[in-house]
Design a protein around this ligand. Structure first.
Ligand SMILES: *Cc1c(COP(=O)(O)O)cnc(C)c1O
Length: 508
């Protein structure tokens, strides 16, 4: 049984003494002052009058404080992390190391192009590789997340229809009900009306419903594939035909590209716009909101609309091209999250084509092995076609367990924490009641998959024999059940020391 460290750690601002300091640095301010006139650099109204109220702590105190806090946390380096969809896939540590090399991490976006030829070459090559992997014509690396890529994609749709004089007419974007939640949000943000089409018993897009949803008002369709049930849309060719026939564009949400890497390409399936999540599929650890990268690949016809600058190569040198009259402009400062993109470059280079294919094979094998191992558990069902293999993830329903014992998907997720396993995504996708969305990724080995399945067995058995234990879980973690309603209510959240002081009417 797992037992998480539990320190009664105070907030760092309440520790230490004023005037104490953990560092010894030369007094450089006077040196700088002797060379430049600082007063002319920083306008008077922007100068800090008071010293910042930093706690006075020694180096050791600071290190121990943060180590203790980290011991009360759980991450992908601690153990099993079978999240579902937004999962961190395989993240080799060497890629973090490469991205932090000073020759790479210390370059500045304002440096002259002639001094950053290396990084431009990397970005240029990465664009070519991602175009090859996705089967698209050109790729833009700028978007900082998957949802940001979707937003760019839907803006490209808008621009395309505007160019054809049809943007007034084509107001609707079609999104299947098995799509990731960001798809309808992005379409709405770009100003489109969202039309939802249902799934059939196979967990795929209902073609008849799609036929009746498309019209001359359709701007395009956004397809998450594999969808959030982990199922590959088997009628993709047919879907593409239906949407293209009425003049709509096809958008592929490839956030989870790992199950098809080197096996199939969205471009070949007829998609005009594709986004991928570097921070899921191409080796960047993420969590707590970033940093990420959501490159977007497009077909030839849409390439001229991509954001500036484009990285170009004339045979001898790399440069940044802003002279693109049809470009939609900029969607992010500079050239994207370069350190994240670098990891993708290193990942693709080190695995090679054969390695990428193996990622696809192992991720699919793991998800299906786990699905089979979980399929017989009393209390759980596998909604939608049980015979259909899944891709990177599988979605179970704990509805029977809830009806029979009162133990819900949430309670199972909490109880998993007691066994040192991160909770899977729950209550998503919305089309499955009491959903448990599980993605083992290509990083699990067989022993771990078996341990996860055994633990799920144990918990569901406990639900019948000793439901109280599961209902009150977790018992072995640093923090027990949180008040989830309170935790997501913006008015009660105290996220910083400044907010804490403000709430208590104290000054910083
Ligand atoms: C994670 C995910 C997204 C959103 O990506 P973010 O980087 O979190 O914005 C979109 N679609 C799918 C299928 C995803 O799994």
């Amino acid at each position: 049984m797992f037992k998480q460290a539990s320190w009664n750690e105070p907030v760092i601002f309440t520790m230490g003494k004023n005037g104490r300091s953990g560092h010894i640095l030369p007094k450089i301010e006077e040196e700088i002052r002797s060379v430049v006139n600082l007063d002319s650099y920083v306008p008077k109204h922007m100068r800090r009058v008071k010293q910042p109220a930093l706690p006075g702590l020694s180096e050791v105190e600071v290190v121990r404080h943060f180590i203790r806090l980290s011991e009360m946390n759980y991450g992908v380096d601690s153990g099993l992390y079978p999240l579902g969809s937004c999962t961190m896939k395989y993240n080799p540590k060497i890629n973090d190391m490469l991205a932090s090399l000073p020759t790479i991490s210390m370059v500045h976006p304002y440096q002259d192009e002639s001094t950053v030829q290396g990084i431009l070459e990397i970005l240029y090559e990465l664009e070519r590789w991602l175009a090859e992997i996705t089967g698209t014509y050109e790729v833009c690396l700028h978007p900082a997340a998957g949802a940001h890529g979707e937003f760019l994609g839907t803006l490209l749709m808008l621009t395309y229809h505007k160019m054809n004089g049809e943007s007034e007419k084509r107001r609707e974007v079609i999104v299947p009900d098995s799509a990731h939640g960001t798809n309808p949000a992005s379409a709405a943000m770009a100003g489109f009306d969202v039309v939802v089409v249902p799934s059939n018993d196979d967990g795929c897009v209902d073609l008849e419903a799609l036929e009746s949803a498309v019209s001359e008002k359709t701007a395009g369709l956004m397809l998450t594939n594999p969808n959030t049930l982990g199922i590959f849309e088997k009628n993709i060719g047919e879907i593409a035909k239906i949407v293209h026939k009425i003049g709509g564009l096809l958008y592929y949400d490839g956030a989870n590209l790992n199950p098809i890497l080197g096996k199939a390409r969205p471009g070949d399936m007829g998609f005009d716009i594709v986004h991928i999540n570097i921070h899921k599929t191409f080796s960047t650890p993420h969590g707590g909101g970033g940093p990420g990268a959501g490159p977007v690949g497009v077909c030839k016809e849409l390439a001229k609309f991509l954001p500036v600058p484009r990285t170009v190569f004339d045979g001898t040198r790399y440069s940044l091209d802003y002279d693109r009259p049809h470009s939609i402009g900029k969607i992010r400062s500079f050239y994207g999250n370069v350190a994240v993109l670098l990891r993708a470059y290193a990942y693709i280079r080190s695995l090679g084509f054969e390695g990428l294919k193996e990622v696809a094979e192992v991720s699919v094998l793991n998800a299906n092995y786990l699905m089979k191992k979980l399929a017989g558990i009393k209390g759980l069902t596998l909604p939608y076609n049980t015979k259909k293999p899944r891709k990177h993830e599988c979605v179970f329903s704990a509805k029977p367990l809830k009806n029979e014992t009162g133990v819900s998907a949430l309670n199972i997720a909490k109880r998993l924490l007691d066994y040192g396993i991160h909770a899977p995504t729950i209550y998503f996708p919305l089309i499955v009641e009491e959903a448990l969305m599980i993605e083992p990724t290509e990083s699990f080995e067989k022993g771990e998959l078996d341990r996860f399945a055994e633990t799920m067995h144990k918990i569901c058995k406990e639900a019948y024999t000793n439901p109280e234990t599961v209902l009150k879980a977790p018992h072995n973690t640093a923090v027990s059940r949180l008040d989830e309603v309170k935790a997501s209510h913006p008015r009660t959240m105290v996220l910083s020391w400044r907010m804490h002081l403000k709430k208590n009417k104290q000054n910083l």
